[in-house]
Design a protein around this ligand. Structure first.
Ligand SMILES: [Zn+2]
Length: 115
């Protein structure tokens, strides 16, 4: 009977038969590569929108509804991408990023209107 081998490096495994990795290092390497692949499989637009969504979530999570331009740049919010846009009754452009609705300020900041 053949001994099972590590699915990352191919080393022969001993001990429990349900083991898939020879070490924590191999387990981490394997999972990291899987995660990187799933991230790189997303289109660039999806990645940007997810990053924007993460920034909005983080902002609200810290109890704020506004961010200035400097913070948006620091957090890599990309104002050129949104999931929808429309105008409010005053003619101002309102943007959506999935469930969030926000407005961009004249100074390049952002204000969340609805989460
Ligand atoms: Zn291994």
């Amino acid at each position: 009977m053949m001994n099972p081998s590590c699915i990352e490096c191919g080393a022969t495994l001993s001990g429990r038969s349900d083991k898939k990795f020879c070490s924590d290092y191999c387990r981490a390497t394997w999972h990291n590569r899987l995660y990187r692949k799933s991230v790189s499989d997303q289109s660039p637009v999806t990645r940007i929108l997810r990053q924007n969504y993460a920034v909005l979530t983080r902002l609200l999570g810290s109890g704020r509804h506004r961010a200035d331009r400097r913070h948006l740049e620091q957090w890599q919010f990309n104002p050129a991408y949104c999931t929808a846009s429309r105008r409010d009754p005053l003619g101002r452009r309102i943007y959506s990023c999935y469930s969030y609705t926000y407005r961009l300020t004249l100074s390049g900041g952002l204000r969340i209107l609805k989460a």
